[in-house]
Design a protein around this ligand. Sequence first.
Ligand SMILES: [Zn+2]
Length: 167
Amino acid sequence: MLHCGCRYNNCVQYALSCLPFDVLNQYKEKLAFVSTGESDGFRVARGICESREIIVLSERILPKLGMNEGDSEVRYFTFAVLHEVAHAFMRHRSPMFDGITQEENEAQEEEADALTLKWYKDYVRKNNNPLLPELTKEEVERAKAKNQAARDTAYRGSNEGLQSDPR
Ligand SMILES: [Zn+2]
């Protein structure tokens, strides 16, 4: 189920098309993708949460209109979508609710990254498009660092917390 707004549902759909067919078939009704790209907030109805895992995509990484699959932003967006599906596929535990250690969490992250890179590689090979290279760990790390910097800029000062009016 796609809940990212009309404009961005296509982007998620494209990213999901990079999954192996059997994985897509197995998971397409078990996951819900949400993002606030076209709204300031929304409620995810209980019916959706009861039967699906919810994957939240940052609006910061939604590709801009008119980009194609070779653009680095689309490639990183695709990576991010597949990475979250990989967590679901491998039934990874939640760092927030399952009490796993930091080491266990890091191991899960590496596992999800590795599976994502493999899925993308298989997609590239299947489509045999010479203009679309495989994703590399280095490319992903660069994109992660760029997004980390964008996050830091966007939320600069927010670690001071909300200030109440002193009057
Ligand atoms: Zn992860």
